[in-house]
Design a protein around this ligand. Structure first.
Ligand code: SF4
Length: 342
């Protein structure tokens, strides 16, 4: 009989992590089931620590999707939210992609549908659509060039100046890119993520003021800290102690820092990786409530069940996958969108 005990998330409250602590044999069973199924387990940095530790690879969404395309296994078990599993499917179309709970959505991706994007395009004929990777496959299929936050400026700068740009769905990232590039023909979709909406200027200013020696790591991936990125570039928090870092950059900086304390502005799941690579620095979240409830829908129990049953399979219609893939590949042609954060 396998038993899972309930554990309360110190960061997010009991409703976000109902079942998280597996029994002692769980990791061994999961790895054995993965081998039987010829599956690789990929875990996003915002997964619960138990899942990060059992996964074959841990990283940000795009890095994981690129790993998915390169590994020999025929099945990908993607522990993350649904649009990420879709992206893995788009880039590895011949493989079976499984997500342990298909209801794990994303409040940012949900702010724009393909129909809404088509209507927006109709209002701006000839405009170039630039979409953040936090979008559904159907929205990517309506997109000219995808971007991550780390190369959003380069992607927008690659568009000829006389062309209009429709940027979606993250309003904070869009505002940041518009300010840096000085583009005036750029329209921004007013989407946001519930997690980064919770990392606000008041939190950042109060934390930084209370910790005069602490560094501030602001993670721009996954949309979770784009508001923080905006505040840092606006000078709301001191630039000399603020570092805007992608997943890989954040881990590199964590290895190198001599700071006694680092305040981390992102989803709190990232703290697990940071604390693993540097046990002497005290890494603390800017906002303990910055927990993505969708990410935490993937539990150890559901991961094991998915490996036993093969549910839930992620499917993307072929024509949508082809068009979505083209927008992702245009992004990759412009620059390295993110670093692997294993
Ligand atoms: S943290 Fe926000 S952007 Fe990231 S998956 Fe969760 S809802 Fe989406």
């Amino acid at each position: 009989m396998r038993t899972f005990t309930s554990a309360q998330s110190g960061a997010g409250g009991p409703n976000l992590r109902d079942v998280t602590t597996p029994d002692a044999q769980w990791a061994g069973r999961v790895r054995a089931l993965a081998a039987e199924r010829d599956a690789v387990i990929l875990a996003h940095n915002y997964q619960v620590p138990e899942i990060q530790d059992v996964a074959h690879h841990v990283g940000d969404s795009l890095a994981l999707s690129r790993i998915a395309a390169s590994v020999p296994q025929s099945t990908i078990v993607f522990c993350g939210v649904h649009f990420m599993a879709e992206t893995a499917k788009i880039l590895s179309y011949d493989k079976t992609v499984i997500i342990p709970d298909e209801r794990a959505g994303c409040s940012l991706a949900d702010t724009i549908t393909a129909d809404q994007l088509r209507a927006w395009k109709a209002e701006h004929p000839g405009a170039v659509v630039v979409s953040y990777v936090n979008t559904t496959a159907a929205v990517k299929a309506e997109t000219d060039i995808c971007c991550t936050s780390s190369i959003a400026v380069d992607v927008v700068a690659s568009v000829p100046h006389d062309r209009e740009i429709l940027f979606c769905p993250d309003q904070f990232l869009g505002a940041h890119v518009q300010r840096v590039t000085g583009r005036d023909k750029m329209h921004i979709w007013m989407g946001e993520c519930h997690v980064h909406a919770g990392i606000n200027g008041a939190d950042l200013k109060a934390m930084v003021a209370a910790e005069p020696d602490a560094e501030l790591f602001v993670h721009p991936e996954c949309g979770c800290a784009t508001s923080a990125m905006y505040l840092a570039s606006e000078g709301v928090v001191p630039k000399e102690r603020t570092r805007i870092l992608s997943t890989g950059g954040m881990l590199d900086a964590a290895r190198e820092t001599k700071a006694r304390k680092v305040l981390v502005a992102t989803e709190t799941g990232m703290l697990h990786q940071l604390r693993k690579v540097n046990v002497t620095t005290d890494f603390q979240p800017v906002n303990r409530a910055a927990v993505c409830k969708y990410m935490k829908m993937i539990t150890p129990e559901k991961l094991e069940n998915a490996l036993r049953t093969g549910d839930d399979v992620v499917d993307v219609p072929c024509d949508i996958a082809d068009r979505a893939r083209a927008s992702v590949e245009r992004m990759i042609a412009i620059g390295t969108p993110s670093r692997v954060g294993e």
